[in-house]
Design a protein around this ligand. Structure first.
Ligand SMILES: CC(=O)SCCNC(=O)CCNC(=O)[C@H](O)C(C)(C)COP(=O)(O)OP(=O)(O)OC[C@H]1O[C@@H](n2cnc3c(N)ncnc32)[C@H](O)[C@@H]1OP(=O)(O)O
Ligand SMILES: O=CC(=O)O
Ligand SMILES: [Mg+2]
Length: 530
């Protein structure tokens, strides 16, 4: 259907969708797309040419042309009162029940996710906007058809921040001038339009998380999008506030520049560790001396990850921005002894972040909020809301070599087989519309699944051997994929195997892992199947 505004809507207009895709929303999408899509394409092309340099042997480094920004004396705009204390944030997809449970959890913030934990099906995207609108209005409720349990918001729910899709994702159900609209702009625009009045009436602002940026020029693009939107709705600069995930290897070398480009809108950077590990693999995919070991040993105490966390804190605090920690992928277990072990691991992870100087952290599940609170409450006593006073100014400088340091650890047959089973199950879930799933006791989302499949691709590319002496080849992978698919088929049962498109997932995993060129994001070919 092509509307009078010039937007073509290819997705079905289910009941209630007209409240989101209103004429005003359509107009905003058309204007934003016409204004910002051409530059976005240039930025995406720049990612490719920069990657060609890394593929040719160049290593990422701090940019000489922006040295004056790094050396300059400046800070970002003051942080609004309701964003000062973010000691524990829960994250999760924009399903109705999850939103209510997240906002009711014992956390300061809920990051409502259109990215790593959300498969962007048409209904998921638009229903997500309905759900967030109702959440901001305070009217959201849900009745579970299976259990009959009723869900509604508690008093003083957590603060809501929406994470939009990454710049690489397109919305195939919406066309402007015959071409797809950037998914990032769809999520941004619809969330702004349907919530800014409610949020401002409540004395707050419109808050976003921005994922997967690769350069300060992309940050400047977002800054321009914010300015355009604020001006259009006669709202002052700073109505919109952003937290930027530093979760790509190129971006870690441009943290000052990203803060500077967004200085009137930014409040924090966040260590998105899972995408960061994925990006380390992808960016350095041709560098035989930087191939990572098993995913299980790439933990935050690896030198390159420790350097990343410390430099992010130092950079943010120097500029007056918060430095958010990231996600431990553990989720609670039913068995009490197993759960105790999980809580101990989460405690250790959060302790490392808090003692480094992070201002807050993420949890994947409400059952982990108390554990994370306990750790951060010990650092935030006597009315302290954050650790902006921890400057790390006396630390030895974090160098490019520190940020790129190779990781010690084995590549094992068990590690490779686990990667296969996890990637297979995750892709099957994603193309069936579910972007975050529990697999073998861990939270798995787009970022963690990317690590699984790119690790194997890189082991094949560089002819790495496993600790048992087996050479990792395309043939070995294909053989293990067939074997592990049979294991998963037995584990999930025939009905789910058929229902969740496991055969398609198996085919896609085979294709992207044995391709000569690394596929940029698994969600790009997977989106064709969604
Ligand atoms: C790399 C990154 O980007 S990290 C950020 C992206 N990832 C995420 O956001 C992870 C979000 N977490 C999740 O989606 C879920 O925790 C999962 C899928 C991993 C596990 O969910 P479930 O299988 O439902 O777990 P479980 O059965 O233990 O849930 C118990 C209850 O907690 C709720 N719950 C679990 N996780 C969350 C969450 N993140 N937010 C809100 N509620 C949650 C469930 O809805 C369920 O509620 P109910 O008792 O009312 O039915
Ligand atoms: O988005 C978070 C990450 O770890 O990736
Ligand atoms: Mg991420």
């Amino acid at each position: 259907m092509t509307t009078t505004s010039g937007l073509t809507i290819l997705g079905a207009m289910h009941s209630g969708f007209e409240q989101i895709l209103t004429p005003e929303a359509q107009q905003l999408l058309v204007e934003l797309t016409r204004e910002f899509r051409p530059q976005l394409k240039t930025l995406l092309a720049a990612r490719q040419s920069r990657q060609q340099q890394f593929d040719g042997g160049t290593l990422p480094d701090f940019l000489p042309e922006t040295a004056s920004i790094r050396q300059g004396d400046w800070t970002v705009a003051a942080i609004p009162a309701d964003l000062q204390d973010r000691r524990v944030e829960i994250t999760g997809p924009v399903d109705r029940k999850m939103i209510i449970n997240a906002l009711n959890a014992d956390v300061k913030v809920f990051m409502a996710d259109f990215e790593d934990s959300q498969a962007p099906s048409w209904t998921g995207v638009i229903e997500g906007q309905i759900n967030l609108r109702d959440a901001n209005l305070g009217t959201i409720h849900y009745s579970d058809p299976q259990s009959g349990k009723q869900y509604a918001l508690r008093d003083n729910p957590a603060l809501l921040i929406a994470r939009v899709r990454g710049l690489h994702l397109w919305e195939k159900h919406l066309l402007v001038d015959g071409e797809q609209v950037p998914g990032s702009l769809v999520d941004f625009a619809l969330y702004f339009l349907h919530n800014y009045q409610t949020r401002l009436a409540n004395g707050s602002g419109v808050y976003y998380y921005l994922p997967k940026l690769q350069s300060h020029k992309e940050a400047a693009w977002w800054d321009a999008v914010f300015r355009f939107t604020q001006a259009k709705f006669n709202q002052p600069v700073g109505t919109i506030r952003a937290t930027v995930l530093i979760e790509t290897l190129p971006a870690v070398f441009e943290m000052d520049e990203i803060l500077h480009a967004l200085r009137e809108h930014i409040v924090a950077l966040n260590c998105g560790r899972w995408d960061y590990i994925f990006s380390y693999i992808k960016t350095l995919k041709n560098h035989a001396d930087r191939v990572l070991p098993d995913r299980q040993v790439v933990t935050m105490d690896q030198p390159f990850l420790s350097a990343y966390s410390r430099l992010l804190i130092k950079t943010c605090h120097k500029r007056g921005a918060l430095a958010m920690g990231g996600m431990a992928a553990f989720i609670p277990a039913k068995d009490p002894a197993a759960n105790e072990a999980i809580l101990a691991k989460v405690t250790a992870d959060k302790e490392r972040e808090a003692s480094n100087g992070h201002d807050g952290t993420w949890v994947a599940h409400p059952g982990l909020a108390a554990t994370a609170n306990t750790v951060f409450n010990r650092y935030l006593t006597d009315g302290k809301r954050n650790q902006l006073d921890v400057s790390r100014a006396d630390d030895a400088p974090v160098t490019a070599a520190d940020l790129l340091a190779p990781s010690a650890g084995e590549r094992t047959e068990a590690g490779m087989r686990t990667n296969i089973r996890v990637a297979l199950q995750y892709i099957a879930a994603w193309i069936s519309g579910k972007g975050c799933v529990p697999i073998y006791g861990l939270m798995e989302d787009a970022a963690t699944a990317e690590i699984c499949r790119t690790s194997i691709w890189q082991w094949i590319k560089h002819g790495k051997s496993l600790s048992n002496g087996q050479l990792v080849t395309k043939a070995l992978f294909a053989q293990m994929l067939a074997q592990e698919s049979a294991v998963v088929r037995a584990e999930v049962g025939e009905a789910l195997w058929q229902e969740q498109n496991f055969a398609k997932a198996q085919q896609l995993l085979l294709q992207i892992t044995t391709a000569d060129e690394l596929v940029d994001f698994l969600t790009l070919p997977a989106y064709e199947l969604l």
